[in-house]
Write a protein of this length. Structure first.
Length: 402
């Protein structure tokens, strides 16, 4: 990639190996629900250190399947940090559960033990069944402390790890775990959208170590359909008089969803997994360059702090800019950077501010999230960037900030 080209805030890294893998899959017998899905799931589970992985057609589906696996429903409540993408909260709403929005740290944008405790206090008598901590930008929340809080109350954890494939976090007792191993959670969810650390085009994966959760997610991913004769309920319809299972027969045993992923998407995923360590290493190299070169721009620009003890693999490089102090609106800064060939994005408008949730729960005061949102900007970060591209971005920021 030329260092003179436009730098988007994120993009996929596709090469000849990926194209060849997809071409082979398109010439195979199965384009969907074939053996390629299982191979990809097994490879993904091995890389993150989980017992099971269920691939689906989006990160949203991955989150929804996790909520289904926990049995969330009407009358239940979940706690979700408000600084996240819509899907984290929506997945619980799809199940009929209510969402209690937690505030976040104003500088990191992440759920903290204190903001979790505050949300639990606000929940009152609500039946809080799960917490969905978000590993924003690729930095984990303080999982060990959050696990201690939830475990004491019998609350389950679903990690929204859509930003954090490749991150290693502290898991207690001076040990570490890969995000997705579910060392301190019941389930972890990933997005494989093109701007993420690796991609299947669109796609998601949910990991777990619980065979019951695994089986439920497999069932609900495909219309609630069962094809294994051992699980048939209608023996008279499922089997011929000689006792053999009817080869055409299937049963719908639950109201499921069509969250299936294609074999050619999983072929791309397998190819990308083979390069995942390279993608992660390059993201860490670029992150280190940014950390060093952006440091002199304080206090007008702050770097989002790391989670102590973790080794993050960032999906987004987020900075916090004092727009009031520099006398420019964020819209003007975005436009000036774009004119210099630097793309940016904002992650995210706090979900409690969205019209649907304001209509549902009323106006809420979560100042940490509002403060983070008011200053946040995501700058270019993806493996195909050159070292000089980091310098370009930093020079552009220096010029815009004055």
């Amino acid at each position: 990639m030329s260092t003179n080209s436009f730098l988007p805030y994120g993009r996929q890294s596709i090469d000849a190996d990926d194209l060849a893998a997809v071409a082979r899959a398109l010439q195979a017998d199965y384009l969907t629900t074939g053996p390629g899905v299982g191979r990809f799931e097994q490879a993904f589970a091995e890389i993150v250190g989980a017992r099971y992985a269920v691939a689906s057609n989006s990160g949203t589906a991955a989150l929804h399947l996790a909520c289904i696996a926990l049995g969330l429903g009407k009358g239940d409540a979940v706690i979700v940090p408000t600084l996240t993408f819509l899907a984290t909260a929506n997945a619980a709403r799809f199940c009929g559960a209510d969402v209690i929005f937690a505030d976040v740290d104003a500088d990191s944008g992440r759920l903290t033990p204190a903001t979790l405790e505050a949300a639990l206090a606000r929940a009152g008598s609500a039946k809080v069944k799960a917490v969905l901590p978000v590993h924003l930008n690729g930095h984990c929340t303080d999982m060990a402390t959050i696990r201690a809080i939830t475990e004491a109350r019998g609350i389950k954890i679903v990690e929204d790890a859509c930003h954090a494939l490749g991150t290693v976090h502290q898991s207690g007792n001076n040990s570490t775990a890969r995000v997705g191993a579910c060392a301190l959670s019941e389930l972890a969810c990933f997005s494989l959208h093109p701007v993420k650390t690796m991609t299947t085009g669109e796609g998601g994966v949910t990991t777990t170590n619980d065979p019951k959760h695994y089986k439920i997610m497999q069932l609900y991913r495909s219309h609630g359909m069962v094809r294994d004769p051992a699980d048939f309920r209608h023996r008279d319809l499922g089997f011929a008089p000689d006792g053999q299972a009817n080869p055409w027969y299937y049963e719908m045993q639950a109201l499921g969803w069509n969250y299936r992923i294609t074999d050619f998407a999983c072929a791309l995923g397998e190819s990308q997994l083979a390069k995942l360590s390279r993608f992660i290493d390059r993201r860490r190299e670029l992150t280190a360059l940014y950390d060093e070169q952006l440091a002199p721009l304080t206090p007008r620009l702050k770097i989002v702090p790391k989670q102590p003890g973790d080794n993050a693999a960032l999906h987004l490089y987020a900075v916090l800019i004092d727009f009031v102090g520099i006398g420019k609106s964020r819209a003007r800064v975005v436009a000036e950077l774009k004119a210099m060939g630097v793309g940016t994005q904002v992650h995210y408008l706090p979900v409690h501010q969205q019209p649907y949730y304001r209509d549902l729960y009323g106006k809420q005061d979560l100042p940490g999230a509002d403060s983070y949102y008011a200053r946040q900007l995501s700058i270019p970060l993806y493996p195909d960037m050159h070292d000089k591209d980091v310098g370009r971005v930093v020079d552009a920021l220096r010029a815009v900030l004055g």
